[in-house]
Design a protein around this ligand. Structure first.
Ligand code: AMP
Length: 311
């Protein structure tokens, strides 16, 4: 039996479905979560479908999350979207579900779930949700709300169709979703918006990146910098692509001191870097991965390995 059918059989079987995704949700985490929730609701109006986790304030316009008691998990199917490893699942109660399904497009880090559906060829988990809807023969159930969620997810993970995970299939799905009259210009503007108080920090990044001759670049955001600019670590991390247009850039790491650990967002223009992230306990895609390390000393080791990649 195809994975899609297996997933679908489970959804059909359970009266309650709880949908999780990764911590610090990005547009694809929320897009796949809300897109799947809205689709199941459209298909089975009598079932109880929940989307749980902590909202990222800048993406609150994408939808509203549900607050549920532990008891709801007893007879529930849990679906975890867009999350390669269990420590990154937002809301650890996912484990309480009667059965767990993983749907993801990241190279697997942890094997978890009774059914695992991973397609690393898909641009995004939102694209996979569309694939599921289509393969079940349910595209007639799509509506503006579902299309909006999935479109934002695809746009988010492809960097507005710029990254090399964008395929003709991605474009096809985007064009199908646009048929639902979603306000895509307005939504894309909203996705890119940044609070005015963050702009001076962008100036700091532009003045303090360290680009080396080999094309490796690092940006280190220490606690002092965060204090000077009065911004939160999560806000600082939004600026990972500020230097993306630098001529000669090949691999970069944007590291932010979060107090307990240092979050490193790693990007590349072609060179595979997720193996380095994995060496330090992280993961992600070949050209966009991440890891949290315990100190600036460990960060230097990470930087050394990334630098070796561009030699
Ligand atoms: P980010 O820089 O947070 O956008 O992450 C880029 C990619 O790396 C995403 O696909 C994440 O799922 C993955 N990633 C980021 N941090 C980690 C981590 N600590 N462990 C595993 N994967 C990660």
């Amino acid at each position: 039996m195809m994975h899609y059918e297996q997933i679908f059989d489970k959804i059909k079987h359970y009266e309650t479905v709880i949908i999780h995704r990764h911590v610090r949700p990005d547009p694809d985490a929320l897009g796949s979560q809300f897109g799947l929730k809205r689709y199941i609701q459209a298909k089975y109006p009598d079932k109880s479908i929940y989307a749980v986790g902590t909202m990222e304030p800048s993406l609150a316009f994408m939808g509203e999350l549900d607050t549920i008691d532990d008891a709801v998990y007893d007879e529930a199917l849990v679906i975890v979207c867009d999350t390669a490893n269990t420590p990154r699942i937002d809301d650890e109660r996912y484990i309480k579900g009667a059965e767990v399904i993983k749907i993801d497009h990241h190279p697997a880090v942890d094997q978890y779930g009774d059914i695992q559906f991973v397609n690393t060829e898909a641009s995004s988990t939102s694209e996979i949700i569309y694939d599921i809807v289509e393969s079940i023969g349910d595209t007639h159930l799509l509506n503006k709300e579902i299309a909006t969620a999935l479109y934002l997810g695809i746009v988010g993970d492809t960097g507005r169709f710029l990254f090399n995970n964008t395929t003709s299939r991605t474009m096809y799905i985007a064009s199908e979703l646009l048929k639902y009259n979603i306000e895509h210009t307005q939504l894309l503007n909203r996705l890119g918006e940044k609070e005015p108080h963050l702009m001076p920090f962008q100036g700091y990044v532009l003045q303090n990146f360290k680009l080396e001759d080999n094309g490796f670049c690092q940006v280190k955001i220490t606690k002092d910098v965060l204090e000077t600019y009065q911004i939160a670590p999560s806000e600082a991390s939004l600026f990972v692509n500020t230097i993306a247009d630098l001529k000669g850039l090949r691999v970069w790491v944007f590291a932010v001191d979060e107090g307990e650990e240092i979050r490193c967002r790693i990007r590349s223009k072609g060179i595979v870097i997720n193996d380095v992230a994995a060496d330090f306990g992280g993961g992600g895609h070949p050209n966009a991965s991440g890891v949290s390390v315990e100190s600036w000393e460990v960060f230097e080791q990470l930087a050394t390995q990334l630098r070796a990649k561009v030699q």
